[in-house]
Structures are given as structure tokens and as C-alpha cells.
Design a protein around this ligand. Sequence first.
Ligand code: COA
Length: 330
Amino acid sequence: MTTTAAWPTAHMDGAHALLADGTPVRIRSARAADREAVLRMYREMSPEHLRMRFLGAGNRVTERSAERICADDRPGDRALVVLRGEQVLGAAEFHRNEPGGDTADVGIAVAGDWHRRGVGTLLMEHLVPLARRDGVRALTADALAANGPLFRLVADLGLRTTIRCADAEMHCTIELSAVDEPLPRPRSVVVIGTGRRPDSADRAILRRIREHGFTGELYAVGKRDPLPAGADLAVLVIAAHAVPEAAERCGKQGIRALIAVSSRLTDAQGVALQEICRGYGMRLVGPNCLGLSPGTARGTSLLDALPAAYRRLQLCLAGRHLRRQQRQRQ
Ligand SMILES: CC(C)(COP(=O)(O)OP(=O)(O)OC[C@H]1O[C@@H](n2cnc3c(N)ncnc32)[C@H](O)[C@@H]1OP(=O)(O)O)[C@@H](O)C(=O)NCCC(=O)NCCS
């Protein structure tokens, strides 16, 4: 998923994003006028998902949530919605547990037909920096122990999380204060590429990372060269067929996150890549992506790093790949 706007300010006016299946969406702060659309999303959710979201708590729980989400947003009480046109595909909110306190309770829900396409991830990745800016040091959430999708979503954020069990419920605390995020703030980056020419994509990315003032450890290696152990982030700029093997080697070396710029992976290569990342607990952006926007990880945006002509080519390839994926699903 590639967001095209800068990282959100405290109130979020909006950013465009692509879901995992290529659907273009918009993410922004909720407004009073969204109330009906948020309620519609809740009305269309299955009883099971509503139970997961609200733990079966009382009457009018969805109305109260829609009112909170669409109330004025202010420090410590914020909500975001993901929209496709006027339809709300997902909403997430956090509210301080007590006035002036530094923890906030978080709630999130995604519309029934839109699960597992990255809506939840998109919401959390934008909500976390908003909470940080408001001085929130930890997000808390009570959830049913059976809520695997939520626990995976939280684990995939790559933030320090503790989970306490109490009967059928779990209490999660997601730490926001520790700066330990291999994706947006890597301390060491390895660019894995094959380019020999100075204008090759991997060289351009390397140059760009340096020019952006990255002060951590930076390595450039060929696809079969030994990898530095425990690097925070690897950027893969290699042919599609070599990606799964390189990812496996990264996992073995304890590398914590991957940006796979490489495009044209077959479905089998894509699935293998995801499984390897999941197996080693590596965060993954891509494949077939343009990196992160400069606001999130300086210098890893291919869009930023490439000369204009190559940039058009990459965008065109990305578009073609997405259209192919969409055709295959139809
Ligand atoms: C929990 C919940 C919010 C998750 O939302 P979601 O939109 O389905 O989550 P995502 O799509 O972002 O993530 C789901 C999977 O897609 C994957 N994914 C996310 N973005 C992706 C991307 N761009 N490319 C490929 N895969 C991606 C994730 O890795 C994850 O995979 P996994 O489950 O195998 O680990 C949703 O299940 C929900 O609404 N549940 C009901 C309400 C609820 O339980 N709320 C929590 C209590 S407050």
C-alpha cells in the first residue's frame, strides 16, 4: 500500500492510498457528516464482528460509537475513516482513558466485505502517529481472546505490545513511546540490488537515502552477497524470481522489515514472499511498490529516487500489475 500524501498532521485532512488489491481509497479525520455512513457500516457488519468490536456491550452501542467517532476531533479524542467514494470502509477511534492521562483506548472496525485488504492496517498506521502527537504513550484495547485478526493487526504494527489474559478477554497495551520501528525509522538499512550502472534503481535509492541525511548504517549488497545480521530494514531491488530466496536470507539474518520494490512477481512468488515474512515476523511493504513516502521513511521512496523517465515507466508497470490482479479476481 502506498500513501501519496505526507504523514498526517494532528488533524488529518486526508491522504490517498491503495489497498492490497489496488482499490484506491481516502483516509481522513471523521466529520459530523460521516455519522450516517459510519452507522451504515455497523448495520451491515455481521453479529460476530460486532461482538468482536463491542464485546456485546449494551444497547445503542453502535450509535454511541458513531457519535463519538463523528464528534469534534481534539487532542486525545480522535477518529479516522477510510472511504471509497462516500462509503465508509473502516473507522478507528481513540479516547484518553482519563482527562490529562497518557493512555487512550482504541477501537477499530472494518466493513464486512472489506476485511483482509489492508483497511485495518491503514487505519492503525495513521492513528498511531496522531496519538503520539497528542502525547499518548500507550494505546489500550480490550478484545475477545478469539479475535485473531485483531492480534495479528496489532503484532504487524511492529510496536512493543503486552497482552494480559482474563478469562475469554484479552487486554492489550501498545507502547507508543519506544522508538523501535524498523520501517519508518530504521537504524540500519541494506539495499539488495544487482545494478552496476550508476543510474540503476538500487544505486539511485542508495544515493537518495544518503542525500536525505540518513545517519544510520547503510549497506549495499548484491543478491548473493552475505547480509549484515540484524539490520532493521532491507530494500529489495532485484528480479522477481530472486525475491523469495532473498527474503528467506533476510529472515535468517534477523532483518526486521522488507521493502520489496521488485515488480512482476507471479502469484506463487507473492504468496511465498508473504509466508516467509510472516514466518520470520518481518514487516513487508510491497512487492511492486514505490517504497514509502518521504514523510514515513526518508529516502526509501523510489518515486523520489528515480529520474523522471524511469519514474513514468515504474508507475506504468505498477498500474499494469494492479489491472492484471484485478482481471484475475474477476
Ligand atoms: C480486526 C480488524 C479491524 C482487521 O481489519 P482488516 O482490514 O481485515 O485488517 P488488514 O486487512 O489490515 O490485515 C489483515 C491481513 O491482511 C494483510 N495485509 C494488510 N495490508 C496488506 C497489504 N497492503 N498487502 C498485503 N497484505 C496486507 C495483513 O498482514 C493481515 O494478514 P494476516 O491476517 O494473515 O496477518 C477486522 O477484522 C474487524 O473489523 N474485525 C471486527 C471488529 C473488531 O474485532 N475490532 C477490534 C476490537 S476493537
